[in-house]
Design a protein around this ligand. Sequence first.
Ligand SMILES: Cc1ncc(COP(=O)(O)O)c(C=O)c1O
Length: 453
Amino acid sequence: MTDTPLSNALLAERDLRHVWHPCTQMHDHRTVPMLPIVRGEGAWLIDADGRRYLDGISSWWTNLFGHANPRIGAALKDQLDRLEHVIFAGFTHPPAIELAEELVRVTPPGLDKVFLADNGSAAIEVALKMSFHYWLNQGRGEKTRFIALSGSYHGETLGALSVSDVALYRKTYAPLLLTPIVAPSPDTYEGELGESAEQIAERRLSELRALLEQHAHETCAVIVEPLVQCAGGMRMYHPRYLAGLRALCDAFDVHFIADEIAVGFGRTGTLFACEQAAVTPDFMCLSKGLTGGFMPLSAVLTNNAVYDAFYAEYSAGKAFLHSHSYTGNPLACRAALATLAIFRDEPVLERNRVLSAHLAARLAPLRDHPHVADVRQTGMIAAVELVRDKITRAPYPAEERRGLRVYLHGLQHGALLRPLGNIVYFMPPYVVTTEEIDHLVDVAIAGIERAFA
Ligand SMILES: Cc1ncc(COP(=O)(O)O)c(C=O)c1O
């Protein structure tokens, strides 16, 4: 790090000379500011000019207990003086062992084996490959396909993107991808008039059953984001779907992969979303909040039956082959352990219930807004769906980029909101206060008025 004086303008200029950012048309930065953040403090981000932004989206849904959280930071500092990294094949270390023990303890019963990786998409790759390879090891090599839900998002490496159904990310790369079988999402927003969330779930389950009747013989797994399809627009559905999905997967001899990368660690009101349906998936993918938003790390949990299908003499050639250099990084594991310790020691979920009730109360009046078609919430995830026509629910054309106007308004008024198209959502860190929620909602409402008038 050089010691030149910091300012937004200087850092942004240097950044744009060499850095290529994710999920960004870099040309936009001719008009959209590139914001250099130099410090974080609880729910706040602070730029080089000293301006503060309330992180309403937990920095891509990763942060749980605040930026620069002292407890997680202390664990990392301690680990830095012990061991930064070691090869994870043939070698292990106390943080990884303890993390695996803790994850087995806190996840739904039956998930007894933990495979570590280093980001969410990698966890999805692991789960897809492991499911396929399980069936192969069972002599069922004809099972090569996956069922994914419409509107799903599971990451952007080629395997993860293959089972994703958000056109923005998928369509350009479609020629490179596997072809999943797409089952209609139980998304409540897409339900028929007068249909309850539970009825939608039941209807979608019968459609899934029909797909399984046709395709189970060639299908490895059904992959879903439990309860909330996040990148697909914070679309939400009833837990009944997960219970029915578990039963269908059992009946048709197909795995159930729960991608809890975004919804895990308390986001939906329970530690894991699957708990709300009292189901244990065959694979559970975790990342993002796993380290409290401090370090890249992911984990795939599975059961002993899957593990045992790979466990054989070396010569049988059944070993699971998937490795990333930074698998099980000790620093990341320590950050995860400190995060889980906070869940253990503090009434996080109880506190979140108060925060989410406050958020719900503040958003409720938006239901009457002439351009709001839906205000929905599951735990600490809330979303407002903006439409051109409230009656027909006709959306605003994507190319008008109204969400971007809300984003820019937020930055001008001290809030990081990053709408998904015409969906303004809230997913703040759990250390947010009710006053800070007020700030976030006030800025969002003013931004909506400006962008969707
Ligand atoms: C549900 C879900 N799965 C997988 C991913 C991919 O994780 P990563 O961005 O760490 O690759 C994401 C990222 O947003 C996600 O929301």
